[in-house]
Each structure stands twice: as structure tokens, then as C-alpha cells.
Design a protein around this ligand. Structure first.
Ligand code: 0WD
Ligand code: CA
Length: 380
């Protein structure tokens, strides 16, 4: 169980109530019909610049440039001298999304409904990455999660809390892993141009503060969702379909040489890739396959709509319906549990592999994540 440690004596004392209600994550329970998942609609976007400053526009969007069949990209290039890394100690929680909501309140306010006590017509506000973790939970055997939930003006806000295990892993990351994290961003630089009539510039600096994020609205069964996700690039053809259908997700992966690697790729990697892009309606993943020395040997496109076919040959493989039904049932569980509408109350949902989801309730603790600039702007 999670125990908040109060380092600072002047912090308000928090009260924790551990509950006995739980939710099972056994996959057999979720092998039902595919639930309703409405076509995600982009309602806006925002950008974070090289200094992580927020802008409610698409200034950071990049354009996909088709590479050679065997490009020989050197992903190690620039790691030592042309890499500006985002400060991972800064916990941004939902701040950028909340900032986007405040900036765009006039187009979001629920329209014309009588006795609507809520400011926003959404049941849940969160990051796409948090939903990806929920989708893959029935198949996850290694990493647990902690999700903090606050009900405020009838909308449920979900914000991840780093687990002790994840923090230890982050702080003890071997140098090799630091470099391999860079490889993914370097691949983006080889594949993306700053505008639709220029070419990628691999001689530039890789700065991971920069981001372009889409904000989408959709519905999973009876849950109205608003979430944001980082988008790598878009189709550069001005005649491409509107967002999110023009977006492209970029990935790198170790080249597949053995049947075991082939099977692991289908069973684990394609699950994560599918879940992440299916949620916001991004139609394709472009993958760079690299060798152990960080050279991209080949590039392949995976249409998200074809992935469920691709995995059907794999014995005992993951099923999209299990992912979506678990997520829907988890959100229903959250609605049942998180009943007190109070910006400073946090319901902390906790999960470890091979266990059920449990939760605890925290009042006025350091877990609260809705800033006063947000709650005040929404209420006024
Ligand atoms: O707890 C978290 N994971 C938080 C994430 C807390 C606060 C903020 N974020 C946000 C950042 O603002 C970032 O811009 O993550 C955003 C991306 O959100 P997402 O799209 O919902 O996250 P996810 O789908 O997990 O990751 C998408 C991409 C990653 O690409 P790959 O191809 O590796 O999946 O966003 C990057 C990464 O490039 N990314 C992050 N960027 C900043 N902070 C983070 C992070 N914590 N995690 C992944
Ligand atoms: Ca990516």
C-alpha cells in the first residue's frame, strides 16, 4: 500500500483511508464483445517549445519525410554534443492539459443544458499515456502503476504518480539506457522536417523539451473522454485527411532476426504500439529497425487497423477487446469510488502485476494535483 511520506512538517497532515473494494485484471473476465469506442475527434492542440513553454497552437508540429528503404541512420550521432534533455525531476502532472482547457474554455463549456452543475462536458480528463497503461494492464507482468483521481465539478481528472520502483529505476538507469532513450528522439529528427517543403536536418540539436500534442474527444461505452497525447509528425501532403488521420507515430525497435524475437515483437511491442495509437485515432506507426550499435537498417509502416490481423497467428496473444473492456470497467470502477466532489481529495488507484486494482483515499495531501489557478479559473 502507498504511504505518503511527509518530508515537510508545515504541510497539512493527510488522512489516508484504505478501502477493501477491488477490481480484477484477469484477462478472461474481459473477453467480451468489443465495446463502443467513438471515432476520436481532435478538438485542439498545443505545443511545448525548446524551453518547455506552453503555446495553444501547432507551432511545434513536424512533417513526415519518407526515408530510403535501407537508410543507415546513425542514432548515436549527437548524443554527446547535440542533446538537450528535458528535466525528468519536474513533475508536470496534468498542467499542460489544464492550461489548454483554460485557454479554450469558451469552446468547451457545456452548451445550453439546464441544471448542468459541471463546467465541462467530459467524464474524464487525462493524458493518452495513462490510458495506454490501462489498456495494456491485463497483459502487463512487469510494471505496476499508481493513478491519482480527483472529482472536481463532476469531471474526473486522472494523473499518474510515479511508483517507488519506477523512481528507483529512473535514478539508477545505466548509461547505456540513457543513450538508447536518445536513439528514439534521434530517429524522429532523421524522419521529420519543420515544414512541408523542407527536409530533415540531422545536423541540428535534439531537444526533448519540444513537443506537439493533440487534444481529442471521444467516448468509450458511457465514458466521455478528453485526453491529450504527443504526436511525432503529420503527413506533409496538404491534401491528407484532417487530424488525427494525418498523424504518424514513429518508433524504433531492435531488428528481428530469430523466431523468438519475432514472437516477442508481436506479443509485447505491437500491443503497446497498437494501444497508444488506437486511442487518439492515429492510423499508422512507422518503425525504424536498428542493430545493437544504433544503426537503422530498415523502415516499415504498420497500419493500426492491420495490427489485430498480424497478431492472430501468434499463439495465446493479446486481444484488443480485452484491453478496451478492462479500460471501460476501470473507468466505471473509478466513477463508483470517487464520489466526493472536492479539488483537494485524491483517490489513489494502485496496481501491481498479478494483483487486483486497489485504492486509498487521501485528503489535503501532497498528492493533490489540481492547481488553484485551474480550479479558480473554472469556477469563476
Ligand atoms: O506521468 C507521465 N507519464 C507524464 C507525462 C506526466 C506529465 C506529463 N507527461 C507528458 C508530457 O507533457 C509529454 O509531452 O507526456 C507527454 C506525452 O504524453 P502522452 O502522449 O500521453 O504520453 P505517451 O503516449 O506515454 O508518450 C508519447 C511520447 C513518447 O514517445 P514514444 O514513442 O516513446 O511512446 O511522449 C514522450 C515520448 O517521446 N514522453 C514524454 N515526454 C515528456 N514527459 C513522457 C514524459 N513523462 N513520457 C513519454
Ligand atoms: Ca514515438
Amino acid at each position: 500500500p502507498f504511504t505518503p511520506s511527509n518530508h515537510h512538517q508545515q504541510q497539512p497532515r493527510s488522512t489516508t483511508i484504505q478501502s477493501s473494494q477491488t477490481l480484477s485484471t484477469r484477462k478472461e473476465l474481459y473477453e467480451k464483445d468489443f465495446p463502443l469506442y467513438k471515432q476520436p475527434v481532435e478538438v485542439g492542440c498545443f505545443s511545448l517549445d525548446s524551453q518547455r513553454r506552453f503555446f495553444s497552437d501547432d507551432r511545434q508540429i513536424r512533417y513526415y519525410v519518407e526515408p530510403d528503404k535501407s537508410p543507415n541512420f546513425d542514432l548515436r550521432d549527437g548524443y554527446k554534443d547535440r542533446y538537450v534533455k528535458r528535466d525528468e525531476n519536474v513533475k508536470e502532472r496534468l498542467d499542460h492539459i489544464l492550461r489548454w482547457i483554460i485557454t479554450n474554455l469558451s469552446k468547451l463549456k457545456s452548451k445550453g443544458t439546464t441544471n448542468s452543475s459541471r463546467a465541462l462536458d467530459f467524464d474524464f480528463v487525462t493524458w493518452r499515456g495513462h490510458l495506454t497503461k490501462l489498456l495494456t494492464t491485463p497483459y502487463e507482468t512487469r510494471e505496476g502503476w499508481l493513478l491519482a483521481v480527483t472529482r472536481f465539478n463532476s469531471t474526473l481528472y486522472i494523473s499518474e504518480v510515479e511508483t517507488e520502483a519506477a523512481r528507483r529505476e529512473r535514478e539508477n538507469r545505466p548509461e547505456r539506457n540513457h543513450e538508447m532513450m536518445y536513439w528514439g528522439y534521434k530517429f524522429e529528427q532523421y524522419m521529420c522536417a519543420d515544414n512541408n517543403h523542407s527536409l530533415p536536418d540531422p545536423s541540428g540539436v535534439v531537444n526533448t523539451n519540444e513537443a506537439f500534442c493533440t487534444v481529442v474527444h471521444t467516448r468509450l461505452t458511457d465514458h466521455k473522454l478528453l485526453f491529450s497525447g504527443e504526436v511525432d509528425c503529420r503527413d506533409k501532403d496538404p491534401g491528407a485527411p484532417p487530424p488525427p488521420a494525418c498523424y504518424v507515430e514513429l518508433k524504433t525497435s531492435l531488428e528481428i532476426c530469430t523466431p523468438k524475437q519475432h514472437s516477442n515483437f508481436h506479443r509485447f511491442k505491437l500491443l503497446k504500439w497498437w494501444a497508444q495509437s488506437f486511442l487518439p485515432g492515429v492510423p499508422r506507426v512507422v518503425a525504424g529497425f536498428r542493430d545493437h550499435g544504433g544503426t537503422v537498417i530498415s523502415v516499415d509502416t504498420f497500419p493500426i487497423s492491420k495490427i489485430s490481423q498480424l497478431i492472430k497467428n501468434e499463439h495465446n496473444c493479446w486481444k484488443p477487446t480485452v484491453c478496451m473492456n478492462f479500460c471501460s470497467d476501470f473507468l466505471s470502477f473509478v466513477k463508483r469510488v470517487a464520489t466526493e466532489d472536492n479539488h483537494s481529495v485524491v483517490y489513489l488507484f494502485s496496481w501491481e502485476p498479478h494483483r487486483d486494482v486497489t485504492y486509498s483515499v487521501h485528503r489535503d495531501s501532497r498528492l493533490s494535483f489540481l492547481p488553484s489557478w485551474y480550479t479558480e479559473a473554472i469556477t469563476s
